[in-house]
Design a protein around this ligand. Sequence first.
Ligand code: RP5
Length: 178
Amino acid sequence: MTSEKTPQVAVVMGSDSDLKMMESCIEQLREFGVEAEVRIISAHRTPQVAAEFAQSAESRGIQVIIAAAGMAAHLAGAMAAWSILPVIGVPLAAEPGVGGLDALLSTVQMPPGVPVATVAIGKPGAKNAAVLAVQILARKDPALRDKLAQFKAKQAQAVKAFVLPDQAISRAPGVSGT
Ligand code: RP5
């Protein structure tokens, strides 16, 4: 007998070359106790699979789709086109490339009526996609809501607890250590 729950979040990415960047997303979800269905699906190389995945996601229990891709990144848009689930897009910087600006514009510039909630380029965006997905799930999950509150409080505590080294203070005029 297995106690595994059906994943509520899908994390899809355009290539196995994106996995290194998206590990921080998967890891962040895991820290909240949220398991993800992780798939490599390309909007361009496997368009049929992308359509079928997005169309069946809701009936499989998925609540949020996180889609990451680089270059002319159309994966998040394709997910949003084929599903009514909220889609979070993570633009990635492919190598060689233009630093992810290509993917950012491809992901964020969706036409009216087909939104993709687009986060920052690369690793910070990958992590934020996980937090945003958890925030969506937490609306109907009090335990997850409490974990989010703790996560925020811990972040604030880390900022408050940071002590500037004396040297840094003396080098930055106008910056007070208190
Ligand atoms: C995109 O093209 C992928 O998401 C990846 O970021 C980029 C390059 O893919 P590979 O050539 O490394 O498979 O579709």
